[in-house]
Design a protein around this ligand. Structure first.
Ligand SMILES: C[S@@+](CC[C@H](N)C(=O)[O-])C[C@H]1O[C@@H](n2cnc3c(N)ncnc32)[C@H](O)[C@@H]1O
Length: 324
């Protein structure tokens, strides 16, 4: 095993520190970060501490797949050890065990449409492997869920990361549409939030959220409110520094309740919405006005984040709005 100098930091800081070291040109890119007790050791070009590291494998899955399929698909998504091919991929004559081996995974699935209902259930067909439970690591956080039951939008990775990068230490946060903990886990693990109150209507997502909280050792700082948040949010008056309204196409149904969740002194809302690409600024201004009128307080647009294109001309955006 090769040895390298290492920069050691907490799990919560690891993602940020990794980026910083990379930007400063100090990272040893051919070696993988690894656990060091409760901490993470990141291989760097100089330092005090010398450790043994594993070499990063330079594995090209596209080349590997060409050895078992004559016309291999060009795109797929990997969640944990499950590879998901696009809707309509014809796998009739595929040697599935060899395809799995070539992609270095244990399970294979085909994507169907995401259920358009409020629970946004995943519609995956598992074609190889026993069940859809995966542990998917992203930004140093382990998400655990049954990919055949709940959706995990890989396209929202930047938003998950952005939420984890916020300085939320000591904050009380309400995650009104928490799903499997997309943002809840980021706030608790990386943001060091004091407590997250997490609302979710889909029982399958709640099972996954509980597993994720346990796996990341943060269960004690999260309270789950099962059921419709039009009811559950009423219990959460005046307690939050921050409320996340992570539902598209719109979370308008609970905007009034979200205001009431904030502390008297105010706080920050993260309002998700599908908006036409030419109307984002106008929408943000009108939304800020609406919250100003509804809350009787002043509002300030802190940031507008474009997460991804939802469909032609329609963007998934997030408005960060301060109310006080
Ligand atoms: C789209 S997912 C969350 C996605 C995540 N915020 C992201 O951007 O990756 C929305 C979640 O809200 C939940 N949900 C929808 N309507 C709800 C309601 N009225 N009360 C509580 N949860 C609800 C759904 O079950 C789903 O897990």
């Amino acid at each position: 095993m090769p040895t390298s100098y290492a920069y050691v930091c907490s799990r919560g800081e690891a993602s940020k520190e990794y980026d910083r070291l990379r930007d400063e040109g100090l990272l040893k890119k051919d070696l993988k970060p690894m656990p060091y007790g409760e901490l993470i050791a990141i291989p760097v070009t100089f330092g005090d501490l010398e450790l043994d590291f594993q070499i990063v494998e330079r594995f090209n899955p596209h080349d590997s797949l060409k050895t078992v399929l004559s016309d291999p698909p060009k795109k797929w998504e990997k969640l944990g050890d499950l590879v998901i091919f696009q809707q309509g991929t014809d796998t009739t004559d595929w040697p599935l065990d060899k395809v799995a081996e070539a992609l270095n995974c244990n399970r294979l699935a085909i994507q169907n449409e995401i259920d358009p209902g409020i629970e946004r259930k995943s519609q995956l067909d598992l074609i190889h492997g026993a069940d859809g439970w995966v542990v998917h690591r992203e930004n140093f956080i382990d998400y655990e869920f049954d990919a055949t039951q709940v959706m995990f939008s890989s396209g929202n990775v930047t938003e998950r990361r952005r939420m984890g990068d916020l300085r939320t230490d000591g904050e009380t946060i309400v995650d009104a549409f928490c799903g499997i903990g997309y943002y809840t886990l980021q706030f608790l693990v990386r943001g060091k939030a004091e407590h997250v109150h997490a609302c979710e209507i889909n029982p399958e997502s709640i099972v996954a959220l509980k597993k994720g909280l346990e796996r990341n050792s943060v269960s004690d700082r999260c309270t789950i409110y099962p059921g419709d948040n039009r009811q559950t949010l009423k219990q959460l008056r005046g307690i939050a520094d921050r409320v996340v309204l992570g539902l598209i196409p719109s979370s308008m149904n609970v905007w009034g309740l979200a205001i009431r969740c904030l502390k008297d002194s105010g706080g920050i809302l993260h309002i998700h919405m599908n908006v036409h690409e030419n109307e984002i600024e106008e929408w943000a201004n009108k939304t800020a006005e609406w919250f100003e009128t509804a809350s009787g307080k002043s509002t300030k647009i802190i940031h507008i984040e474009t997460v991804k294109q939802y469909c032609p001309h329609i963007m998934h955006v997030v408005l960060d709005l301060e109310i006080n």
